[in-house]
Design a protein around this ligand. Structure first.
Ligand code: NAD
Length: 292
């Protein structure tokens, strides 16, 4: 069994980007600038955005955090989005989800300039991804593909079962794994909450990508020997004994599934850090495309 070490690989990617940014600086060029918009004070969102901004600083990017109060109106948020679209100093930005309930998420994401949409959530970018065109691939599926690539995990002709059909993980990764390429060329089954025979499917899978958000959902008796398991799930489980008051767990019963797996991602330290690295990669791409 080999651990697909997302922390290690994400650090490699960040080092590669750091070198590129230093070269940009040396040439007297503008360095990439990522902005993040956060509305409200959701604990997990604050943590995610905080670590995105810290990562920017570490690798030499400029970054701007726009933290708006919970009661921000949809109109004001849209105004902010338009300002970012028109600010030549900003190469890419993200609007951290989830947004407060009174704001129409779809409306906001649709307002983001696709050329600055480093999260890859805009329909233009999702559509381009599905058509195999140059675009911004959402950071989490992009990170999974990069992890598989760097560990040379064979995906061609393999049966990949994706659990979860969200627009940000399950759906895009099912498309990417089925596309021509390496990684890719996989035969994909997309399972979801209405799937009736999930265990039958996962038992046939060479690769399982689990993105549903239910702790320890994927058990050892659901996978075959030699399987590759990508655990996307991140759930905070309340824990009074921990200083944070919770611990983080994935969708996979790691202790038992890892005994049967050829490759497996841990949680934490698997897909999570890859997601941040690929957001940075997309911001670098945005800068390069604006330069071109
Ligand atoms: P979501 O929460 O929007 O949807 C969950 C999906 O799981 C749905 O498509 C649903 O059909 C499916 N599902 C639910 N119960 C099921 C069942 N019993 N059997 C089969 N399918 C079932 O999905 P999401 O936003 O992709 O998030 C999934 C998990 O991934 C969450 O834990 C989230 O925190 C995590 N996540 C991690 C990262 C990362 O960077 N590692 C990024 C995004 C999301």
């Amino acid at each position: 069994m080999e651990i697909l070490d997302g922390k290690k690989v994400s650090n490699q990617i960040k080092e590669e980007i750091t070198v590129e940014v230093a070269q940009m600086k040396a040439r007297g060029e503008k360095v990439p600038h990522l902005a993040a918009v956060l509305v409200g004070n959701d604990g997990a969102s604050l943590t995610y955005v905080g670590s995105k901004v810290r990562s920017c600083k570490k690798i030499g990017f400029e970054s701007t955090l726009i933290h708006l109060p919970e009661e921000t109106t949809e109109e004001d948020l849209l105004k902010q989005v338009h300002e970012l679209n028109n600010d030549p100093n900003i190469d890419g930005y993200i609007v951290q989800l989830p947004l407060p309930k009174h704001i129409d998420e779809e409306k906001v994401l649709m307002a983001v300039d696709p050329d600055k949409d480093v999260d890859g959530f805009h329909p233009t970018n999702f559509g381009k991804m599905a058509l195999d065109m140059e675009t911004f691939i959402s950071a989490t599926p992009f990170g999974i593909m990069e992890l598989l690539k760097r560990y040379n995990v064979e995906t061609e002709g393999k049966h990949t079962v994706v659990i979860g059909r969200s627009h940000i993980v399950g759906r895009p990764i099912s498309i990417l794994m089925s596309q021509k390429g390496n990684p890719g060329n996989s035969t994909v089954t997309l399972a979801h909450s209405r799937t009736k025979n999930l265990k039958e499917l996962t038992l046939q899978a060479d690769i399982v990508i689990s993105a549903l958000g239910v702790p320890k959902f994927l058990k050892a008796d659901m996978v075959k020997d030699g399987v590759t398991v990508i655990d996307v799930g991140i759930t905070r489980v309340p824990d009074e004994t921990s200083s944070k008051g919770y611990y983080i767990t994935g969708d996979v019963d790691f202790e038992n599934v890892s005994k049967k797996a050829a490759y497996i991602t841990p949680v934490p330290g698997g897909v999570g850090p890859m997601t941040i690295a690929m957001l940075l990669k997309n911001t670098l791409l945005a800068r390069e495309r604006h330069n071109a």
